[in-house]
Design a protein around this ligand. Structure first.
Ligand code: HEM
Length: 269
């Protein structure tokens, strides 16, 4: 993952070149969305001409009415890619003889793309709403790895719920959850627990570890990549546009992954 750093920095800088001449831009459309999708396409070895299809499928996955259809479309698209792609130095070539390659690639795309988009989107919004923290990070980029974790705690993309089933009777907070019950675990609520994070609704560096990447055997396999993308995204944004301000009230989207539909900023005063 570390070897990807220079390439991710290049992609981030190329995307932000377009901001130099704009009065106002949508962060989601022009930066938060294309950055991780380009990274994941390069990692998997998706040819340039197929990337627009992936973008459309990925967007349809996030709309509850079209999720099921988009999931089928993504599976067909992935199977076609695996069958027809030229071999290269990429994950699909590496795994092409594995029996579960299509479902593995679909999982990587569904779990790994929109989450990172929203780390960049919601994270930047939190920084713009806390100018003191934004200034500290612009002056001390060495603090960015810690800041990415605090932004994930503060407003992580998977905050609404993970589905689980109790395999045995379990007592949590004095309440018995009977065996076989369906449970929804809110990572967002855990990450704002005041008994663990004093003043939980404020950004603050140096806090205890969070659970935005889950916990236990299903802990996010992409956590390292997501952290690197977040660090590079915020470092590049704050270095190139230190005076960045909100242009409009951002628009939140309804859906499984918490995030912004649109978020307009002014790159320069
Ligand atoms: C900020 C970005 C991300 C967040 C907040 C996030 C969050 C999570 C969470 C909470 C889980 C646990 C799900 C559960 O317990 O049921 C998870 C699992 C997973 N994530 Fe991520 N993720 C992110 C980025 C990525 C990326 C970039 C990739 C891949 C390139 C990825 C791939 C996966 C996979 C494959 C799993 C399933 C692991 C398993 O079930 O064993 N994620 N992620």
């Amino acid at each position: 993952m570390e070897a990807l750093r220079p390439r991710i920095e290049r992609i981030a800088n190329d995307l932000l070149d377009a901001w130099e001449t704009e009065d106002e831009v949508d962060v989601i459309d022009t930066f938060a969305y294309p950055l991780p999708i380009t990274v994941i396409c390069e990692l998997l070895g998706v040819p340039e001409q197929d990337r627009a299809d992936l973008r459309a499928l990925s967007a349809a996955l996030m709309v509850p009415e079209t999720t099921a259809e988009a999931f089928g479309g993504l599976t067909t698209w992935t199977q076609h890619l695996v069958d027809t792609k030229e071999p290269g130095d990429d994950v699909i070539t590496e795994l092409r003889h594995e029996p579960n390659i299509v479902s593995t690639i679909v999982l990587l795309i569904t779990a790994g793309h929109e989450t990172t988009v929203q780390l960049i989107g919601s994270g930047l919004l939190a920084l713009l709403r806390d100018p003191a923290m934004k200034r500290v990070l612009a002056d001390n980029p060495i603090l960015l790895p810690e800041a990415v974790d605090e932004l994930l705690r503060y407003d992580g993309p998977f905050s609404l719920g993970l589905a689980r089933t109790a395999t045995t009777d379990v007592v949590i907070g004095g309440v018995t959850i009977p065996r076989s019950s369906s449970i929804t675990v809110s990572l967002g609520a855990a990450n704002r627990d005041p008994s663990r994070y004093p003043n939980p609704d404020a950004l603050q560096l140096g806090r205890d570890p969070h659970v935005a990447f889950g916990h236990g055997i299903h802990y996010c396999v992409g956590a390292r990549l997501a952290r690197i993308e977040g660090e590079i995204a915020f470092e590049t944004l704050l270095r190139r546009f230190p005076e960045l301000v909100l242009a409009d009230e951002p628009e939140w989207r309804v859906g499984f992954i918490r995030g912004l539909a649109s978020f307009r900023v002014r790159p320069k005063p």
